[in-house]
Design a protein around this ligand. Sequence first.
Ligand SMILES: C[S@@+](CC[C@H](N)C(=O)[O-])C[C@H]1O[C@@H](n2cnc3c(N)ncnc32)[C@H](O)[C@@H]1O
Length: 309
Amino acid sequence: MRQYHIPVMLKESVQALQLQPYGVYVDATAGGGGHTREILRSEPTVQVYAFDRDEEALAETKKNCNQYANRLHLIKDNFANLRTRLALEKVKLIDGILFDLGVSSHQIDSSERGFSFRMEGNLDMRMDASQTKTASDIVNKFPYEELVRIFRDYGEEREATNIAKAIVSYRLNKKIKTTEELADIIDKATYSRRKIKAKARIFQAIRIFLNRELESLETALKEAVDILKPGGRIAVISYHSLEDRLVKKFFKFEEKSCICPPNFPKCVCDKKSRLKILTKKPIIATQLEVESNSRARSAKLRIAEKKEL
Ligand SMILES: C[S@@+](CC[C@H](N)C(=O)[O-])C[C@H]1O[C@@H](n2cnc3c(N)ncnc32)[C@H](O)[C@@H]1O
């Protein structure tokens, strides 16, 4: 049977957290539990609060971390609700947090979930199966202009207008039901050399928009810094430029001690520098890891530390 998910940059990201004895850590994206397990294994006194929006992922994490069950707390929720959910568990401050963004290999490989343009499946793409809106609603009901905006903003797709036109004209006659149908429409609307790239970008755009991935990340990063103890670490592994840019910009903003316009004679903003960036350039996977796990190819790890305030 195929492995649920091979964790990416496992050693690098867990080392980045600098685990402290009796520390409280959050794995914001439990997935198959690869990183959660490594945290629990590496430091036998820590507690881990593992979030995932996907029920199946949490079940897999529970199974994978069975031997550490007494130190593992599973939370089925969006990491955007980090602070509230931890408060319900009576956790106000944490020693470190890890985000390993996007979808797991298991989610991509489950054709019925519709994340992949390479497999026939329903146009679903929900990370949280209890959510009502699906990819089908976007593709079949959203107006042309909105589709163009989604494909541009979340897929950075330069043939966004052609693809949106093709979708709108196809659905005049017939509902778009499957991933294969959508992939076919994109194929016909794009130049031959770009077909695969365009399909990947459009599927990515729909997924990011549908699951509000960037909005959730922005909220969670802010909350994470609020509840990190001084000296605590935040580590984020991202897989595409939209995520990585957001993380980089957020870290930079949190490192700044002044955001006054440059022409102001003196600082009036009262901004505090809350983070020290530890990775001026992101850490990338080793060649060896990329050879054994192609998912690691696009991964970028950024790390920051909470300052004493
Ligand atoms: C790349 S996988 C994590 C894999 C995990 N680190 C491992 O080693 O097994 C990303 C996981 O994050 C979850 N996820 C993505 N966005 C989320 C969000 N906003 N809130 C909670 N979970 C999220 C997905 O459902 C998926 O299971």
